[in-house]
Design a protein around this ligand. Structure first.
Ligand SMILES: C=CC1=C(C)c2cc3[nH]c(cc4nc(cc5[nH]c(cc1n2)c(C)c5CCC(=O)O)C(CCC(=O)O)=C4C)c(C)c3C=C
Ligand SMILES: [Fe+2]
Ligand SMILES: [Fe+2]
Length: 343
């Protein structure tokens, strides 16, 4: 009892995934996810109408089909890779000092449950690790928001520490370098595409400090004024990973996938990059997806299957996806260090 009182609680949080591939479960997931005002940042009524009358009903059957292609015996890869990461982290952290739990921002296991587990053990402090390397209001911001919404109902609120982003953590970069090297040993790639999850441009502008972020060349530099700009962090991630792998900058392309709706999202779009590469006669491409730390619908299906089919149809020969960090040893070491450095 005395020992558990002095433990630090660690909460790993990933995005979320449906409970099953049934259309009803996918609809429920999409509703919870997209009704988050940090994800679709419209006022409540237009957001409610858009999500409940248009996106969820029409998208759910299509998304359920995509999830069926992705699903495994262990369920959703996003979920089981996060569970594996948690188990491996437990093995590496001192059990006398740390108690680790995991959650999904949307659906299950919920953040409520994850925090409850830590609070029941009377932890002295909580370190929340949103598993998103680049800060965005729609992801890390939303996790922080949700944790605070829950914590404000407690009588005793222990010290809570949030990891904001970790794009320049040496072990994060090393983990991607190891995976990239393994792929690069197999073939000579002409171009290296870094495809990140997209965001509506509006969300970047809202976070712009003194109007600095203009969604253009401003993202080619990374400093105090754009340290929270998601697009700038993505470009910086590309530069850091490419540098460690010895890939010349002119062979790298940073782009953004998964646009939803008609509003402009951050550019360049991955689809446009695919078309341009094919037009230029590029045949062999290696693709990194460093906005995700676990393989999921966005990596395996969208990048690994759909974009690949498009590139091959347009005349390309190879479009190989670097697998995500999942629960690789170096990535587990990175999370261990993120936690221990805040203890
Ligand atoms: C307005 C819509 C969306 C924003 C903004 C958004 C930001 C965002 N998302 C991720 C990470 C993931 N997204 C995933 C799936 C997914 N994302 C959206 C929409 C927005 N995301 C939808 C509708 C979906 C569901 C799938 C679909 O119908 O296409 C996933 C995969 C989950 C899985 O179960 O595999 C991840 C991970 C980031 C990092 C991000 C902003 C930076
Ligand atoms: Fe998303
Ligand atoms: Fe910016």
């Amino acid at each position: 009892m005395a020992i558990s009182k002095s433990k630090t609680g660690v909460l790993l949080v990933n995005l979320g995934t449906p409970d099953s591939t049934k259309t009803g479960d996918v609809r429920k997931y999409l509703r919870e996810f997209l009704m988050d005002g940090r994800v679709i940042d419209f006022p409540f009524i237009p957001r409610w109408m858009l999500v409940n009358l248009i996106i969820a009903p029409f998208r759910a059957p299509k998304s359920a089909g995509e999830y069926r292609k992705l699903w495994t015996d262990r369920g959703s890869p996003l979920l089981f890779h996060t569970a594996d990461l948690k188990e491996k982290l437990i093995q590496k952290l001192d059990p006398e000092k740390y108690l680790v739990s995991m959650a999904m921002r949307y659906q299950n296991p919920s953040i409520e449950k994850g925090l409850e587990e830590l609070m029941k053990a009377k932890v002295k402090k909580i370190i929340v690790v949103p598993l998103f390397p680049q800060y965005a209001s729609a992801t890390n911001g939303s996790v922080i928001d949700k944790v605070m919404e829950i914590a404000r109902t407690w009588q005793i609120i222990p010290e809570i520490n949030f990891i904001s982003n970790f794009i320049d953590h040496p072990l994060f970069l090393e983990a991607w370098t190891e995976l990239g090297k393994e792929m690069m040993a197999k073939d000579d790639y002409e171009k290296f595409v870094f495809s990140y999850h997209g965001l509506p441009e509006r969300q970047i502008r809202k976070g712009s400090v003194e109007g600095y972020c203009q969604l253009g060349a401003c993202c080619n530099k990374y400093g105090p004024k754009n340290q929270f700009c998601y697009r700038a962090q993505c470009f910086q991630t590309t530069r850091l990973v490419a540098e460690k792998l010895g890939i010349p900058q002119e062979k790298t392309l940073t782009c953004f996938q998964s646009r939803l709706g008609k509003d402009p999202w951050i550019q360049p779009y991955t689809e446009d990059i695919i078309h341009n590469l094919a037009k230029e006669g590029v045949k062999k491409v290696l693709v990194f997806s460093p906005a995700f730390v676990a393989d999921c619908l966005e990596t395996t299906i969208e990048v690994g299957q759909e974009y690949k089919e498009e590139f091959i149809e347009l005349g390309g020969e190879k479009w190989d996806l670097v697998p995500s960090l999942n629960s690789s040893d170096t990535w587990v070491d990175c999370v261990k260090d993120l936690v221990e450095s805040r203890s």
